[in-house]
Design a protein around this ligand. Structure first.
Ligand code: HEM
Ligand code: HEM
Length: 208
C-alpha cells in the first residue's frame, strides 16, 4: 500500500481540536479502547483457530462466544474511530523520519479497516450456512446478514468465499500486528525514545 504524507496528514484531525494529553501520550479513552480491543481480538483469534477441536455442545458455546466477541470488536471499533476523528493524537516524535511516520499511519489505517471488515466477513459467514445457527451478542438476538436469494450452489459458493476471506483476513491481521509490535518495540528498546509509553500508561511518559 502506498500512502502519501498528505493522506497520512488527512488522518490527523483538525489542529484546533483539544489535544488528548499534556505529555506525548494518548488519552485515557483511546488507551482503554486500544487495549480492550487488542485483548478481545487476540482472544478471538485463539477461539477461531481452536473451535474445531471441541465436540458439538462445547463447540457451539465456543463459536457463539467468538461471534459475540467479534461483534463487540466491531461496535468498539466504530466508537474508537469516531473518538479518534474527534481527538487529536499526540504528535509524532520530531526525530521520526517521513518513512516511519507514513509506515506507522499505514499500519494504523490498515488496523482500522481490518477491525471493521474482519468481523463483517465473519457475520456473512455465520449467516451463509445452509441452516445457520441463531446469532447473538451476549444473548441479545442479532439479525443475519441480508443475503440475496441464491441457489444452494450459489449459497455454498458464498459461504466458501466469505469463510476463506475471513480466515485470510485473520492472517493479514497477524502480519500487521507483527509490523506494529516490531515498530513499537524497536522504538522503545533500541531507539529508547519511549514510543511504547504513548499507549502504555504504566510506563514513564516521554516529556514534550
Ligand atoms: C475480532 C474479530 C474476529 C476475528 C479475529 C476472527 C477470527 C477467526 C478465525 C481465526 C477463524 C478460523 C478461520 C480458519 O482458519 O478457518 C474464524 C472462524 C469463524 N468466525 Fe471469526 N473472527 C472474528 C469475528 C467473527 C464474527 C463477528 C463472526 C460472526 C458473527 C465470526 C464467525 C466465524 C465463523 C462462523 C467461523 C467458522 C468459519 C468456518 O467454519 O470455516 N467471526 N474467525
Ligand atoms: C493486538 C492488537 C492491536 C491492535 C489492533 C492495535 C492497533 C493500534 C492502532 C489502530 C493504533 C493507532 C491509534 C490511533 O492513532 O488511532 C495503535 C497505536 C499504538 N499501539 Fe497498538 N494495537 C495492538 C496491539 C498493540 C501492542 C501489543 C502494543 C505494544 C507492544 C501496541 C502498542 C501501540 C503503541 C505504542 C501505539 C502508539 C503508536 C504511536 O502513535 O506512536 N499495540 N495500535
Amino acid at each position: 500500500m502506498s500512502l502519501s504524507v498528505e493522506t497520512a496528514a488527512s488522518f490527523a484531525p483538525e489542529p484546533n481540536l483539544a489535544p488528548e494529553a499534556e505529555t506525548d501520550r494518548y488519552g485515557a479513552v483511546a488507551i482503554g479502547l486500544h487495549w480492550t480491543i487488542a485483548g478481545l481480538i487476540l482472544l478471538n483469534l485463539a477461539l477461531g483457530w481452536t473451535f474445531r477441536q471441541y465436540t458439538p455442545p462445547i463447540r457451539r458455546l465456543v463459536m457463539s462466544t467468538h461471534e459475540s466477541i467479534g461483534l463487540t470488536v466491531l461496535i468498539l471499533t466504530v466508537v474508537r474511530f469516531g473518538w479518534r476523528l474527534a481527538h487529536r493524537p499526540p504528535p509524532f516524535a520530531s526525530h521520526l523520519s517521513r518513512l516511519e511516520r507514513t509506515a506507522a499511519t499505514a499500519v494504523h489505517l490498515g488496523f482500522y479497516a481490518l477491525l471493521l471488515v474482519l468481523p463483517v466477513a465473519g457475520w456473512l459467514t455465520a449467516s451463509a450456512f445452509p441452516k445457520p445457527k441463531p446469532l447473538a451478542l451476549w444473548g441479545l438476538p442479532v439479525p443475519f446478514a441480508p443475503l440475496p436469494a441464491l441457489t444452494p450452489e450459489g449459497r455454498h459458493a458464498l459461504l466458501n468465499g466469505s469463510a476463506t476471506l475471513h480466515a485470510r483476513l485473520a492472517w493479514l491481521f497477524v502480519a500487521l500486528l507483527t509490523l506494529h509490535l516490531a515498530g513499537a518495540l524497536k522504538h522503545q528498546f533500541l531507539d529508547r525514545d519511549r514510543a511504547l509509553s504513548r499507549m502504555a500508561p504504566w510506563l514513564a511518559p516521554a516529556k514534550r
